[in-house]
Design a protein around this ligand. Structure first.
Ligand SMILES: [Mg+2]
Length: 443
């Protein structure tokens, strides 16, 4: 039965006529009628890689015909483990429950494993949580941002990634983004001979005995080069463009502090992940020495990690991965917390957030007064085919499409055309960056 017909019969009984059900007054007329209870009838875990990146998307189905929600549970390095956590553990736990009790389902999913607060289980909870918000939006015939308090901006300002083998290449790439309308650009440059995060061109060598193809990384040449890159970019591009940079935690904490100080004259929009999550005790030392704005958080798992940094005003941007920390429920609470401490949002948004996760980021960004910036990507044709309704990028802004829920769908048949790769099971560069002496580098 068509969903519209089902709603009509459920809300009004058999006396309603077909003609009435198709009239424009149909929706307002059922607004005050009591709809029948909803139940979760199925949970599907969809693994797909339309852009070559392993995505994990959750589809929660209900007893209302055609009413389902989508969420992002992507943990690209451990996709099969998240799939198991959903299929074997959370799916049987949530079947038959009311999908509109989002908070209660979040809390009960969270403690259902007794041990909690980690990735994998966090991704599984996130995927289901976002799908529930999508369901409530669709049932209310409203975009999710409306349920979060409504738009406080028309679109979400974004940044893109510029990288190159040398300063000139990076500069040219930044210029391209500026010409496309972007106001914020992250800049990374290759360090010759080293496997540099975020920049192609330096692959490192293969000479560490006893290791199979390690990727070579040394922090000193990197921290010497990056301030020179930004000196170059400011000279060539002026002060108007907002420039960002990601350290990706790869340097000893004291070198990260030196780097943040050395970058101060170039007025970055933010410096990202100067320390690993294990070194967050260094933030208070960093803060005392430099006013370079700091973004942190894509590797955080739970509020105990970011709460002290926010409450002590030690960071300027929170960058948690919504598909990991507990979905929209946890992200919206975090955004509200940050508002009172002057911390802005910059949700994690590279290729290992699915288009569904990006849509959720955009909806929250539209309704968050302390929104800062959104990491963005241009979705490939294959991604747009698999996920009709991807947020649109125009003039450097992400726009939501204003359809109910997150406004994004998944074509399950097309998703199957892009199976995830299991051999190797993840990008083996992770866990394989090493110093010249063979010791491991984070991350
Ligand atoms: Mg990052």
């Amino acid at each position: 039965m068509h969903r519209r017909e089902w709603l009509k019969q459920a809300a009004l009984g058999a006396s309603a006529t077909g003609a009435w059900a198709t009239s424009p007054s149909f929706l307002p007329a059922i607004q005050n009628k009591k709809l029948p209870p909803l139940k979760i009838t199925n949970v599907k875990t969809i693994l797909t890689a339309p852009a070559g990146i392993r995505l994990v998307v959750v589809k929660v189905e209900t007893n209302e015909p055609g009413l389902y929600g989508l969420g992002c549970a992507t943990f690209t390095q451990r996709a099969r483990v998240v799939e198991t956590a959903i299929e074997r553990y959370l799916k049987p736990f949530v079947l038959g429950k009311d999908p509109l009790r989002i908070e209660d389902l979040w809390q009960s999913n969270f403690v259902s494993s007794y041990w909690r607060n980690g990735p994998v289980l966090g991704n599984a909870i996130s995927g289901i949580d976002m799908a529930l918000w999508d369901i409530v939006g669709k049932r209310a015939h409203m975009p999710v941002y409306q349920l979060l308090g409504g738009k406080c901006r028309d679109a979400v300002d974004t940044y893109r990634h510029a990288s190159g083998r040398n300063f000139k290449e990076v500069e040219d790439r930044v210029r391209q983004f500026m010409a496309e309308g972007y106001r914020h650009v992250r800049a990374q440059v290759a360090i010759p001979g080293l496997a540099t995060y975020g920049a192609a061109g330096g692959k490192g060598d293969n000479k560490v005995p006893g290791n199979r193809r390690p990727l070579l990384w040394e922090p000193k040449p990197y921290v010497r080069t990056v301030p020179k890159l930004f000196e170059h970019l400011r000279k060539q591009l002026g002060d108007d463009v907002e420039l960002l940079h990601d350290v990706h935690e790869r340097v000893p904490p004291i070198l990260a502090i030196q780097l943040a100080k050395d970058l101060e004259p170039y007025k970055l929009f933010f410096l990202e992940d100067p320390f690993s999550p294990e070194d967050i005790g260094y933030f208070k030392h960093l803060r005392r020495q430099t006013s370079t704005p700091i973004a942190m958080g894509e590797l955080f798992n739970n509020p105990n990690e970011w709460l002290p940094l926010v409450a002590d005003r030690l960071i300027d941007f929170i960058r948690i991965h919504m598909s990991q920390i507990g979905g929209l429920t946890m992200a919206r609470k975090t955004a509200a917390l940050c508002e009172f401490f002057g911390v802005r949002t910059a949700w994690h948004g590279p290729g290992d957030v699915s288009p569904v996760g990006h849509a959720a980021n955009v909806h929250l960004g539209l309704a968050t007064t302390n929104f800062g910036v959104q990491e963005a990507r241009k979705f490939t044709d294959a991604e747009q085919e698999v996920f009709p309704g991807c947020p649109e990028l125009k003039n450097g802004y992400y726009y939501a499409n204003d359809k109910p829920g997150f406004g994004i769908d998944v074509d399950e048949k097309k998703a199957k055309k892009f199976p995830i790769q299991d051999d190797p099971p993840f990008d083996l560069r992770w866990g394989n960056y090493r110093r010249r002496d063979g010791s491991i580098v984070k991350p």
